[in-house]
Design a binder for this molecule. Structure first.
Ligand code: GLC
Length: 418
């Protein structure tokens, strides 16, 4: 087991490497679609466009290196807002999607400047994190509120159920494209099988309108990661000074506990079109990031999953699927198109899990997680994802979100116990 001191060395070595990565993945300019932009490409080769949840994590990583860049990243996201309040999963600042790719994207028209779908709505959380590190720009904290209110109003109007939980109409809206959680309801239509194009066509014909898709019997789900992001975004709005936001966060968390929590399995599950999907993926642990999660639930997630050998405690942190699941694969699967999020570790999840450990008083374990994550990045580079059994890096070779390891290390080091 690592000590707090050894975890500390991770942050020192990581700072310069993360700064180099983010600087070289940064892009800015004046595209054909309007206002000037500046954002971090998730990977300059594989993903040159702006992806919503990558951008939020990049902004948090930037806030440890250069808060002005972090603010620019988030301002760029808000600049992509449609007049109705929607902000897309992917934004094409540099011009329309190539013709050959347009069919596989969630677009209504090839010339659209963003996809018509969503990704975990983390913007208000990232905004609050960046505002906390922006003493040089005090106006930033409140500057985004009008646009963030419109964004939240769109999500509520278009996606919320009666209990306030948000629905998704495709698995990629959860950020976890081919997660085994949705294997059963999707079958041959799962991402990225050819049947996925049929699902896409079904949704496109309905204007990617969740209400129409549900009414016509299409795939839909209440996803724990998306709703964690939703509650976290309301906690973020409260930190930005929005009246009533803390109450909204509490309501979303209550509804998640009522509807998605499974007492026997001690984890959150998604609800598909036919009911609960009892598959253990890291999305079920994501609520650990929420300040308002009941401590009893935090403790169960930590004891029975995060720290349980053979489930999520493997030699390298944190697998995207429990190693106990029949679908768990530690390495790449799928050819020629990869099937993502079926076992390998993406570092998005470290940031979510870390806060739960800290809040549960597991400071040593949190520093161990952050330290092992830092070591992995220093050994393998900023890869897109890693084999949780050997640590081998896979996918993209300059993956921006992996710079979140720096924020994790600093957060774990800076955490003060009473
Ligand atoms: C993949 C991931 C998605 C991510 C995107 C860009 O599609 O599944 O979560 O946003 O790559 O990194």
């Amino acid at each position: 087991m690592r000590t707090a001191e050894s975890a500390g060395t991770g942050a020192g070595g990581l700072h310069d490497a993360a700064a180099r990565l983010l600087r070289s993945n940064w892009t800015e300019g004046h595209g054909p679609i309007g206002p000037p932009y500046g954002y971090t490409r998730p990977d300059p080769v594989k993903f040159p466009d702006q992806f919503l949840w990558d951008s939020c994590l990049c902004a948090v990583a930037w806030s440890r290196i250069d808060p002005a860049r972090a603010r620019r990243e988030l301002r760029t996201l808000l600049a992509a807002q449609r007049p109705d309040g929607h902000i897309g999963h992917t934004i094409f600042w540099r011009g329309p999607v190539r013709f050959s790719r347009a069919f596989g994207y969630n677009l209504l028209d090839r010339r659209d400047h963003s996809t018509a779908t969503i990704q975990p709505p983390l913007i208000a959380w990232a905004w609050a994190e960046v505002a906390d590190r922006s003493p040089d720009d005090p106006g930033f904290r409140r500057e985004g509120l009008p646009a963030l209110r419109r964004y939240h109003a769109w999500l509520e109007r278009e996606r919320a159920d009666a209990d306030g939980l948000l629905g998704i109409l495709q698995p990629d809206e959860s950020g976890l494209d081919a997660t085994p959680a949705y294997d059963a309801p999707l079958g041959w239509r799962a991402h990225p099988y050819p049947g996925f194009l049929a699902l896409l066509r079904f949704n496109r014909r309905r204007g990617f309108s969740y209400r129409h898709v549900v009414a016509d019997g299409g795939f839909h789900a209440i996803d724990p990661l998306v709703n964690t992001a939703w509650a976290l975004a309301w906690e973020g709005m409260a930190r930005l000074g929005e009246p009533g936001a803390a109450g909204r966060a509490a309501e979303v968390i209550d509804a998640m506990v009522l509807r998605l929590w499974h007492e026997e399995d001690g984890i959150f599950h998604p609800i598909g079109p036919e009911g609960r999907l009892r598959v253990s993926t890291w999305a079920g642990l994501a609520p650990l990031i929420l300040a308002g999660l009941p401590p009893r639930i935090t403790a169960r997630l930590v004891d029975e999953h995060v720290l349980r050998e053979g489930r999520y405690r493997l030699p390298f942190p944190v697998p995207s699927v429990s190693a106990e699941e029949a679908s768990f694969r530690p390495r790449d699967t799928g050819w020629p198109i990869r099937r993502y999020w079926r076992g390998p570790s993406w570092l998005f999840s470290t940031r979510f899990v870390l806060d739960g450990l800290l809040r549960d008083g597991r400071v040593v374990e949190a520093r161990d997680l952050a330290g092992r994550t830092a070591d992995l990045v220093l050994r393998e580079g900023f890869r897109e994802y890693y084999d949780p059994t050997t640590g081998a890096g896979m996918g993209g070779r300059a993956f921006s979100v992996s710079a979140i390891a720096l924020d994790c290390a600093l957060r774990a080091e800076g955490f003060v116990t009473d």
